[in-house]
Design a protein around this ligand. Structure first.
Ligand code: GDP
Ligand code: MG
Length: 297
């Protein structure tokens, strides 16, 4: 089972089976209000590399997110179809009760575990519908300073239940040096506070190219992302997704400008199976064990 990276690289036999069963991934976006979470979802679904099969609502003016809501689309890459569900959440400030201990996001993640658990009792394993959250993209404000206390609190509550993938929001507001420094600072803050983020496993039997790719992605965490669905024209006349500034255009899909492409690649290719596996074998198993213990087994 180990050795492959991403659904487009699977051996044909597994791939055929998976296509029949349908590849499926559920991602949640979390973070303070106004950091670009909803825009990022639109950017993911609007990616020119894989066209959504089902047209989505016009992305332009998404209203402020006030409830946890999910959007689904079937995307295709290298002839393999992936059912991608993204769960959007309101910013912390928008909750009625703002205490991290009363956390509707954590509640939502755990409800999904419960739903899976009760399904397991009822139906044959092969028919299970997996609505569990496989990855949680956590948006950090591009302050350039330390992690905020509220982010530390939220991530502390989430990291035992979900694969955390921290990202620096609106990276177009920082320059390269600031981003590099901020990334280091975030990683050391996370470590200091004992917060575990998703660790991509490295498979030694992978070919060199896949290993290099996986390594490059892992090194870029926390990804510095820029979200935009509007097309703008660059100085050299290309039409790209990006954000225009007096001094030039920050391109969403240009790896020299931001890490959006790496984040996307991690989710839908390189670590798709790893995220699903860790969710099932570690996070969900932990939940199941705690449930059983609480019930007195
Ligand atoms: P949410 O509250 O986290 O869902 O944030 P929204 O996606 O609603 O975005 C809030 C505002 O930030 C909107 O005006 C967006 O156009 C803007 N925005 C979103 N992503 C970016 C980004 O990457 N860079 C910049 N500069 N602005 C962004
Ligand atoms: Mg929103």
């Amino acid at each position: 089972i180990h050795g492959h990276v991403g659904f487009s690289n699977l051996p044909n036999q597994i791939r055929r089976k998976s296509v029949k069963d349908g590849f499926q991934l559920t991602v949640m976006v979390v973070g303070e209000s106004g950091l670009g979470k909803s825009t990022m979802i639109n950017t993911l679904f609007d990616s020119p590399i894989y066209a959504p099969r089902e047209p989505l609502h016009p992305a332009a003016d998404r209203p402020k997110t006030i409830a946890i809501e999910s959007t689904q689309a079937v995307i295709e890459e290298n002839g393999v179809r992936l059912r991608l569900t993204v769960v959007d959440t309101p910013g912390f400030g928008d909750f009625v009760n703002n205490a991290p201990s009363c956390n509707p996001i954590l509640e939502n993640i755990e409800q999904r575990f419960d739903a899976y658990l009760s399904q397991e009792h009822r139906v044959r394993r092969a028919n299970l519908v997996d609505t569990r959250i496989h990855a949680c993209i956590y948006f950090i404000q591009p302050t350039g300073h330390a992690l905020k206390q509220i982010d530390i609190e939220f991530m502390r509550h989430l990291h035992h239940r979900v694969n955390l993938i921290p990202v620096i929001a609106k990276a177009d507001t920082m320059n390269d040096d600031e981003i590099a420094d901020f990334k280091e600072r975030i990683l050391s803050d996370l470590e200091f506070n004992g917060i575990q983020i998703f660790q991509a496993p490295m498979y030694e039997d992978d070919d060199e190219e896949s290993l290099a790719e996986a390594d490059e992605i892992a090194r870029a965490i926390p990804f510095a992302v820029v979200g935009a669905t509007q097309r703008v024209r660059t100085r050299d006349g290309r039409k790209v997704r990006g954000r225009a500034y007096p001094w030039g255009v920050v391109e969403v899909d240009n790896p020299a400008h931001c890490d959006f492409g790496k984040l996307r690649q991690m989710l839908v290719r390189t670590n798709l199976e790893d995220l699903r596996e860790y969710t099932n074998e570690v996070l969900f198993e932990r939940w199941r064990t705690e449930k059983l213990l609480a019930m007195g087994y």
